[in-house]
Ligand binder design. Structure first.
Ligand SMILES: Cc1cc2nc3c(=O)[nH]c(=O)nc-3n(C[C@H](O)[C@H](O)[C@H](O)COP(=O)(O)O)c2cc1C
Ligand SMILES: Nc1ncnc2c1ncn2[C@@H]1O[C@H](COP(=O)(O)OP(=O)(O)OP(=O)(O)O)[C@@H](O)[C@H]1O
Ligand SMILES: [Mg+2]
Length: 461
């Protein structure tokens, strides 16, 4: 089997481990369910492309173990389902159909939505388990394990996620090591593909060329996999608004004042043993971009207190900025509090761990590094070359790691720059405020207003 051979011959130990684990999950599923009881959800995306090749390898190895294969993989009998949509990219459609015919997949094309499509499929077939290319970090992966029953309200089946623990880099390491074909959109700067309405090339791969059409590097060159969904954000700029719907976000925000909360975490601030320098500075910065900050709260280093405050503010404010309580001490519970506020657990973040490893080298011991535990499935790392450690963004909550005013200045400036280039936050660009001074006395101003009013009134009648 070519895939198995390519991995065995590679000297990428990490990839080998990921591959072995995924194959183990696939073989377990094939031992638990008969071949008629499993299905593969394939949509031509990079993750499902990886899964296709893993499934073929896993199926082959499973057959070998059952001693019912004489060496070659002639057919792949796992039912494959594709939810077709008129909003899919034509490149995705054609890649899906071409791949299905190249590998002899039995493709079931479903035109309804996921839930009702699955209901029909399960009524007509004995399917009990479905393989998916879901990975930690996908919004839909929150709370999922490698074997996760479908959610309440969905038809009953087991979701099998063999590449749940794979990172963006693992996916590309596999595709490039095994030299498998992938959808052409990934060579045009797309890094995660949704529908034509919500997906654009990832701006981080843009090759700036002032005179010509914008060009993009291929997806596998994205250095920070955490930003793979940057191209799936809402289209903020009117120039990228192909269908005329995307510009709503910015324009609607322009007319209303955006509201932020500031949360400071720490007993020392709460009890006044140290002067809080960051809070006032942060409020000024937020005002400078035209936002209002009606509330600043100080909470103690306690997971539940942080969670309670974040939960309350995240739903009523456009953005929540939080600082303090991030670090290696047991009392540093800000991230745990944020995770609790969103109802997710803390999970090791490989990319963040790597940053910490560079920063504190020997003192950091791989998986045991508790500082690399971040809220699962909702965390985006915002990288900037001027930051030793990226900023942490959990939906509309930004966590600053700054411990003094200079660090905060730097983190803030980087956030503003990143927002300009990638549109992480709505309208976070410096706001221009104009002051008008006059030497006129209050009486003359009032007389002027009164005259204006009389003129207006006369016009009306
Ligand atoms: C085969 C299959 C099974 C799914 N099972 C569930 C499920 O059990 N619970 C759920 O909330 N969503 C389920 N979904 C929906 C996905 O979680 C998600 O909403 C969908 O992939 C759309 O992702 P997108 O919004 O990133 O395009 C399923 C989707 C597919 C294709
Ligand atoms: N339209 C669809 N038809 C069949 N399966 C789907 C569909 N959309 C999503 N899935 C399943 O959900 C998984 C996760 O989707 P997701 O979009 O995150 O990954 P992907 O499409 O494989 O890659 P990418 O993140 O680059 O878009 C897919 O790998 C696939 O198993
Ligand atoms: Mg996709």
């Amino acid at each position: 089997m070519e895939i198995d051979k390519a991995i065995r011959e590679s000297d990428d130990r990490r990839l080998k481990t990921k591959y072995n684990n995924a194959i183990y999950v696939i073989k377990r599923a094939l031992a638990l369910y008969s071949i008629e009881e499993v299905a593969f959800s394939f949509n031509g995306g990079k993750d499902s492309t990886v899964l296709l090749h893993l499934l073929r390898a896993g199926y082959f190895l499973h057959k070998m173990e059952q001693k019912c294969s004489n060496g070659g993989l002639t057919s792949f009998p796992i039912r494959t389902i594709y939810f077709e949509s008129s909003a899919a990219f034509p490149e995705i459609n054609s890649f899906t159909y071409d791949t299905a015919s190249s590998y002899g997949l039995q493709l079931d094309i479903i035109s309804s939505d996921f839930k009702s499509g699955l209901e029909k499929l399960l009524k007509a077939n004995p399917i009990r388990a479905i393989f998916l290319g879901v990975r930690i970090g996908d919004p839909t992966a929150v709370g999922q394990e490698q074997f996760s029953p479908s959610s309440p309200g969905w038809p009953p089946f087991m979701r099998v996620n063999p590449i749940l623990d794979w990172s963006y880099r693992d996916v590309w390491a596999f595709i490039l090591t095994c030299k498998v074909q992938y959808c052409s959109l990934y060579d045009q700067g797309y890094t995660s593909i949704g529908s034509i309405h919500d997906t654009v090339p990832n701006a981080l791969l843009s090759i700036s060329d002032s005179c010509c059409k914008e060009k993009f590097k291929p997806a596998y060159l994205l250095s920070d996999g955490r930003l793979e969904r940057a191209g799936r954000a809402k289209k903020f700029s009117s120039s990228s608004n192909a269908d005329g719907n995307g510009s709503g976000s910015v324009d609607s925000h322009k007319s209303s004042l955006l509201v932020a909360s500031v949360i400071a975490v720490g007993e020392e601030i709460l009890f006044g043993t140290v002067e809080d320098q960051l809070g006032p500075s942060l409020r000024r910065k937020i005002h400078s971009i035209g936002w209002s900050v009606p509330q600043t709260v100080v909470v103690q280093n306690d997971k539940d207190s942080v969670a309670e405050e974040v939960e309350r503010r995240k739903s009523t404010n456009d953005m929540v900025f939080i600082y303090g309580g991030v670090g290696p001490l047991h009392s540093d519970v800000t991230l745990a509090g944020v995770a609790k506020a969103f109802g997710v657990r803390l999970a090791p973040d490989e990319e963040f761990e790597e940053y910490l490893r560079h920063l504190i080298s020997d003192h950091c011991t791989g998986d045991q590094n508790e500082m690399a535990l971040l809220p699962e499935g909702i965390t985006e790392l915002l990288h900037h070359e001027k930051l030793a450690v990226p900023l942490i963004k959990c939906q509309n909550v930004i966590i600053f790691t700054a411990t003094n005013a200079t660090e905060l200045d730097n983190e803030w400036d980087c956030l503003i720059e990143l927002t300009r280039s990638c549109g992480f936050l709505p309208m976070m660009v410096p706001y221009v405020s104009k002051h008008l001074q006059t030497n006129l006395s209050d009486v003359r101003i009032k007389v002027y207003h009164f005259t204006q009013f009389i003129n207006f009134y006369c016009d009306m009648i």
